[in-house]
Design a protein around this ligand. Structure first.
Ligand SMILES: N[C@@H](CCC[C@H](N)C(=O)O)C(=O)O
Length: 264
């Protein structure tokens, strides 16, 4: 028997997601289902899929899947969309705590559909190593991120270079997201990201923007701890953090583009 399931299509600064209310745990999707729903042209099309589920400890749990149908590591833009969605269905208030990938995340619904998200402690910092002839840096901000500085971001071949580095299995046995960035002022960056699990450049990446800001500050390339990151969609993500990087926040837009239903 076919059942009709409601979803929302959301955008977190251009990183797009299919979001389901699964507070009753009645939605069961296989990896194949997720892959076809996320496929552009023949499905709804998205960078990832999110299930909002009950949590024993917090307001809700976010289950995040990449467009390839597999569970992803933390998605910063997805997390912000999850909070906005959870707030619209009454699963949380304007101040919330939720769980994702076994971690607690605190978040705030601000004015104008903006969400502020406290990130987990960044870890595994690695400075200046080589991959495919490029000087790379690395940090895990909930997801693994390689950082590459360039002065020619607009013309950079993000898709093919990103794919080569993402698949450098000697350096990254589990793969990596790859961020290319240009410093545009002492407090601003422009970032383009090749995303693992989407296997393409996306219009924004939240944990990638956080990684870019932290690494730029650590290497002395920017002077501010409140950083404006301009992403491929043209949106701005704001990253602010304490000097010791123990408190790190990601803020930016999260919007419901449309709602619909699918027959499964
Ligand atoms: N787009 C995300 C990152 C999503 C996770 C990632 N693709 C992975 O599993 O490596 C973000 O906004 O942080």
């Amino acid at each position: 028997m076919n059942t009709s399931i409601k979803f929302s299509k959301m955008s977190g600064a251009g990183n797009d997601f299919i979001v389901f209310d699964n507070m009753h745990k009645d939605i069961h999707l296989s990896a194949d289902n997720i892959r076809s729903l996320c496929t552009r042209r023949t499905g709804i099309g998205a960078d990832g899929l999110i299930l909002i589920e009950p949590s024993a400890r917090f307001d809700f749990a976010m289950k995040y899947y990449n467009a390839d149908g597999l569970p992803g590591s933390m998605c910063g833009n997805g997390g912000r969309c999850a909070v906005y969605f959870a707030w619209t269905i009454g699963a949380c208030g304007t101040t919330t705590a939720f769980e994702a990938n076994g971690n607690r995340y605190d978040a705030w619904v601000c004015d104008n559909e903006a969400i502020r998200l406290k990130m987990i402690l960044p870890h595994d910092f690695r400075d200046e190593f080589g991959s495919n002839g490029l000087s790379c840096n690395f940090v895990n901000t909930g997801s693994p991120h390689t950082i590459i500085f360039t002065d020619e971001l607009d013309t950079f071949d993000v898709e093919s270079t990103g794919r080569l580095i993402r698949n450098d299995s000697k350096l990254f046995p589990e793969g990596t997201n790859v961020n290319f960035l240009q410093v545009t002022s002492p407090e601003s960056l422009k970032v383009r990201t090749y995303e693992r699990g989407v296997e393409a450049e996306t219009l924004a990446c939240g944990t990638g923007a956080v990684a870019a800001a932290l690494m730029s500050y650590k290497l002395g390339k920017i002077a501010s701890r409140s950083v404006s990151v301009s992403v491929r969609s043209g949106d701005i993500l704001t990253i602010d953090f304490s000097e010791d990087m123990q408190d790190v926040y990601l803020s930016g837009p999260a919007t419901i583009v449309y709602t619909g239903s699918i027959q499964m």
